[in-house]
Design a protein around this ligand. Sequence first.
Ligand SMILES: *[C@@H]1O[C@H](CO)[C@@H](O)[C@H](O)[C@H]1NC(C)=O
Ligand SMILES: *[C@@H]1O[C@H](CO)[C@@H](O)[C@H](O)[C@H]1NC(C)=O
Ligand SMILES: *[C@@H]1O[C@H](CO)[C@@H](O)[C@H](O)[C@H]1NC(C)=O
Ligand SMILES: *[C@@H]1O[C@H](CO)[C@@H](O)[C@H](O)[C@H]1NC(C)=O
Ligand SMILES: *[C@@H]1O[C@H](CO)[C@@H](O)[C@H](O)[C@H]1NC(C)=O
Ligand SMILES: *[C@@H]1O[C@H](CO)[C@@H](O)[C@H](O)[C@H]1NC(C)=O
Ligand SMILES: *[C@@H]1O[C@H](CO)[C@@H](O)[C@H](O)[C@H]1NC(C)=O
Ligand SMILES: *[C@@H]1O[C@H](CO)[C@@H](O)[C@H](O)[C@H]1NC(C)=O
Ligand SMILES: *[C@@H]1O[C@H](CO)[C@@H](O)[C@H](O)[C@H]1NC(C)=O
Ligand SMILES: *[C@@H]1O[C@H](CO)[C@@H](O)[C@H](O)[C@H]1NC(C)=O
Length: 872
Amino acid sequence: MTPGLAHFFLSLFPFLRVTDYSTTPVGPNSTTPGDLNNAYSPPYYPSPWVDSSAEGWQDAVTRARAFVSQLTLLEKVNLTTGVGWEGEACVGNTGAIPRLGFPGFCAQDSPLGVRFADYVSAFPAGGTIAASWDRGEFYRRGYQMGVEHRGKGVDVQLGPVVGPLGRNPKGGRNWEGFSPDPVLSGIAVAETVKGIQDAGVIACTKHYILNEQEHFRSPGQFEDFGFVDAISSNVDDKTLHELYLWPFADAVRAGTGSIMCSYNKANNSQVCQNSYLQNYILKGELGFQGFIMSDWDAQHSGVASTLAGLDMTMPGDSDFDSGFSFWGANLTLSIINGTVPEWRLDDAATRIMAAYYLVGRDKHAVPVNFNSWSRDTYGYQHAFAETGYGLINQHVDVRADHYKAIRVASAKSTVLLKNLNGALPLKGNEKNTAIFGQDAGDSQYGPNGCADRGCDNGTLAMGWGSGTADFPYLVTPLDAIKNELAGNGGIVQSVTDNYAWAQIMSLAKQASTAIVFVNADSGEGYITVDGNAGDRNNLTIWQGGETLVQNVSAYCNNTIVVIHSVGPVLIDSFSNSENVTAILWAGLPGQESGNAIADVLYGRVNPGGKLPFTFGTNASEYGPDLIYAPTNGNESPQDNFEEGVFIDYRAFDQKNITPVYEFGFGLSYTTFSYSNLTVTKVAAQAYTPNSGLTEPAPVLGNSSTDPSQYQWPSNLTYVNKYIYPYLNSTDLKEASFDPEYGLNYTYPEGATDGSAQPKIAAGGGPGGNPQLWDVLFTVTATITNNGTVAGDEVPQLYISLGGPTDPVVALRNFERLSIAPGKTATFYADVTRRDVSNWDTASQNWVVTNYTKTVHVGSSSRKLPLSAKLSF
Ligand SMILES: *[C@@H]1O[C@H](CO)[C@@H](O)[C@H](O)[C@H]1NC(C)=O
Ligand SMILES: *[C@@H]1O[C@H](CO)[C@@H](O)[C@H](O)[C@H]1NC(C)=O
Ligand SMILES: *[C@@H]1O[C@H](CO)[C@@H](O)[C@H](O)[C@H]1NC(C)=O
Ligand SMILES: *[C@@H]1O[C@H](CO)[C@@H](O)[C@H](O)[C@H]1NC(C)=O
Ligand SMILES: *[C@@H]1O[C@H](CO)[C@@H](O)[C@H](O)[C@H]1NC(C)=O
Ligand SMILES: *[C@@H]1O[C@H](CO)[C@@H](O)[C@H](O)[C@H]1NC(C)=O
Ligand SMILES: *[C@@H]1O[C@H](CO)[C@@H](O)[C@H](O)[C@H]1NC(C)=O
Ligand SMILES: *[C@@H]1O[C@H](CO)[C@@H](O)[C@H](O)[C@H]1NC(C)=O
Ligand SMILES: *[C@@H]1O[C@H](CO)[C@@H](O)[C@H](O)[C@H]1NC(C)=O
Ligand SMILES: *[C@@H]1O[C@H](CO)[C@@H](O)[C@H](O)[C@H]1NC(C)=O
C-alpha cells in the first residue's frame, strides 16, 4: 500500500483530523432558542452498551452476544468496517467472516426502493406517501420495499428518512423524508420501519440529525469558495427534543435496527463523533439498541468516533477509494494499543448482530444477486479494483404485484386543493381536452436517462440523488389521460413544450378542459440541476410553469392544474383565478404517476390526501433561509435554529400569516362535518423518572495484544484499495500509516469505563421512558359524510400546550376514515403523556406544565371546529 489520497487530503486539511473529544452537540443548558452563539456540545462517556433487557430486543441480544463471543478481534473489526467505495456489489459492504461462512453486510439505498438495480419498483417518495395520512399505506409501502430489498440480497435498506425533517422547504432532500411535522413524520417512520423489518430487512433510519440542508453539509472544496468546513446546525435542547428528535424516538420505539449519523455538525461537533447526540441522547435517553452507521464518509476520526458511539463506518475508506480508513487496521490498532477498550468493539459488533437477529436475517438472507455499479449481466465483482469478473447481475425480478399498491398509494396521496363548482371529477366524455406542460409527458432521455434522476425532463415522479431507484417504467399523465379518453368521442391534444406560446394559446382557446402539469424538483447536493445545487434556490415553479398556467387560464375558463413537486411552491398568482377551476398536488408519485392521477381526475378515486406541509406566498414566511454562501471564511457556517420549534404551520400560526393552503388541508368530492367531541380521562400512574444503574459492559472477548497475530495472511487474495483489518507491520506506528500515531492523546474522561453507569431519567425503553406512552385521555368525534359519494376523511387532533413558547396548535394524532355517503364514522384517538408534555431542560425530562391545555379536532391545522380543555 502506498499513501494515497487520504494522506494528501488530510495533510491539506489537517483540521479534518478531529481529535476534539469534548465536541458533542446540543448543550443541556442552552435553554432558549436564540441562545445559540458559540453553541457547544458537552461530552458524554462512556458509550452505552446494549441493554440485554430492552423491550423487544432480549432474544436478539442474547443471540448476538453468543455470535460475537466466538469472533476474533479481526473478525469483529471486519463487521464494523466497510470494504471501501465500489469494493463490492452494494453501496455499502462490510467485511465478511469466511471462517464462519458469514458474508459481509450489504447496505443499499434508498428510502423509496432499491437503488442501482433493475426489475425493482419505484415507490412514491416519503414526502408524498405522508400526504395519504394513512398508517396502513405507510406500513404496506415499507413492507413491499423491504421485500424488494430482501429479494436482491440486501441486509440493510438505507431508509426511511426523518432528517431532514424539513425546517425550510428549500432543503434539497426534504422529499425523501415525510413532513416537517414531527408527529406525522414519527407515525410514518414507525410504520415504515415495522414494514421494512417485518419483511426481514434492517431499516436504517437517517440522517441523524439536524441535516437540514445540502449546501456545506460536509467539509469540502467548493468551486466558488475554496475549502469550507461542515455547517453546524445549532439548536437548543428543547427544540431538539420537541421537534427534530421526536420522529427518531418513534423510529427507535418501532425497533429500527440501524440509524445513520449525518454529514453535518451539530452545535459545532461532527455528528458521527458527537458523544452527546450518539451516547447520551440516542443510546442513552432513547435506549437505541441497534447500530449507528456513518453516512458515506461522514466519519472524520478514528478513536474519537469509536468512543463517541459510532458502530459501523461506511463505505469504510476515509476518502472514496483511498485504501485508507479511520477504522479497519486502525481499529485493530486502537484495541491492541489499549486506547479503545475491547468491550466497545464488542458492543458495536453486538449491536450489528442484534439488528440482524431482530429482523430474522438468519432466516431471510439470500446472496446478493445484483451489482450497483453495472446493469450488465457479466462484469467485475469489485468494480473499483476491476477484478472478480463473472456473473454480477442475475436480474431477479422482485416486484411481484407491488404496482397495484403503488397506484393506490399514489392516488391516496394526491391532495385536492381547489375544486370550483364541481369542476372535478371529470366525466371522461369531455369534448375537447388539452394537456399542457412538459411535466405531462416523457423525458426525451427515458425515465432513467439522467444518472440518479439528476435532471428535470418529462414528468417528475422522484427527486434526484441517492434517494432514488430506477423506474421499471413510468406511466406519464399524458399516456394515462389519452388511454382514458381514447374511444370516448372527444378530442385530446397536448403541448409539452412550456414555451411554445403560439401553440399553447391556440390549443387553450379550443379546449373545454385544460389540464396543466407543472413541477419543482430538488435533490442531493452532489448534482446540480438548473443551477440548484441540491437545495432549491427559490420556491417558484420550474420551467416557466407559473407563466404556463397563467397563459392557459387566460384563454380557457376551465383550467385544472396538477403540481408534481418536492414540497410547497408559490401558486398565489393563479390559485384565486376564476379560470383555474381545480388544483391538485400530486407530489412525487413514483412509477404509477399517470394512472394514479387519472384515477383521481376521472373520479375512480375520491381524493382524501391532506397536505403534509404549508403552501405560503413567500419563502420568507417559512422562517430563516438556508445558508448558500460561507458565513465564516473556511470555518463552519453557523446555522442557528433560532426559530426553535416554529417551522412550517407553527411559524405561520405564530406570526399570524395566512397561508395559501395550510398544513393538513385537502378537499374531497364529498363534504364532511364534525360533531360530538368527547374527552375521557384515563387513570395512569404518576410519571417516574428512570433510575438505577445499568449492567456493567459485558466483556465478550479478551484478544491478545500481540501485533504478530494480526498481520496480513500470506494466502489472502488482496483486492486493490479494499479496507482490511490487518496490520502490515509489527511496529504499530508503522502499521497505522499515521504520522500522528500515539501523539497528543488525551481521552475523554470516563470513555473507557465499563462499570455500571447511572441510567438516564428520561430513558427506560426503546424511544424513551415507557410511561411517555401512557394514555392520559381518549378522544372521540363523529364525522359525517354529507355528500352523495363515498370518501375518505382524515380527522386530525391538535393540542395547544398553552405555554408562551408553545405552538398555537401542534398535531398529535389522526386517522384516515372511509365513510359512505350520508353515514357517520367515529374518530378515536389516544392522547398520551408525551402528547401533552414539554421538554424541561432543568430536570432533563418531560413534564406536563401547569398551562391550560386544549384539544382540537378538525380537518386541517386551521379548520378545527371541535375543542375542549383538558383537565388533569
Ligand atoms: C449546566 O448547568 C448546571 C447547573 O447550572 C451546571 O452544573 C453544569 O455544569 C452546566 N453544564 C454545562 C455543560 O454547561
Ligand atoms: C475480512 O473481510 C474480508 C473481505 O470480506 C475477507 O477477505 C477477510 O478474510 C476477512 N477477514 C477475516 C479475519 O475474517
Ligand atoms: C489510520 O488513520 C489515519 C488517520 O487517523 C490515516 O491517516 C491512516 O491512513 C490510517 N491507516 C490505515 C492503515 O488506514
Ligand atoms: C433536459 O435536461 C437537461 C439537463 O438537465 C436540460 O439542460 C434541458 O433543458 C432539459 N430539456 C427540457 C426540454 O427540459
Ligand atoms: C427558481 O428556480 C427555478 C429552477 O431553477 C427557475 O426555473 C426559476 O426561474 C427560478 N425563479 C426565480 C424567480 O428566480
Ligand atoms: C377566463 O377565460 C376566458 C375565456 O373562456 C377569458 O375570456 C377570460 O379573460 C379569462 N379570465 C381570466 C381572469 O383569465
Ligand atoms: C367558459 O367558456 C365557455 C366557452 O369556451 C362558455 O361556453 C362557458 O359559458 C364559460 N363558462 C363560464 C363559467 O364562464
Ligand atoms: C357521541 O360520541 C359518543 C362516544 O363515541 C357516542 O357514545 C354517542 O352516541 C355520540 N353521540 C352522537 C349524537 O353521535
Ligand atoms: C489461509 O491460511 C489459513 C491458515 O492456514 C487458513 O485457515 C485459511 O483458510 C486460508 N485462507 C484461504 C483463503 O485460503
Ligand atoms: C492507538 O491506535 C490508534 C489507531 O491507529 C491511534 O490513533 C492512537 O494514537 C494509538 N494510541 C496509542 C496510545 O498509541
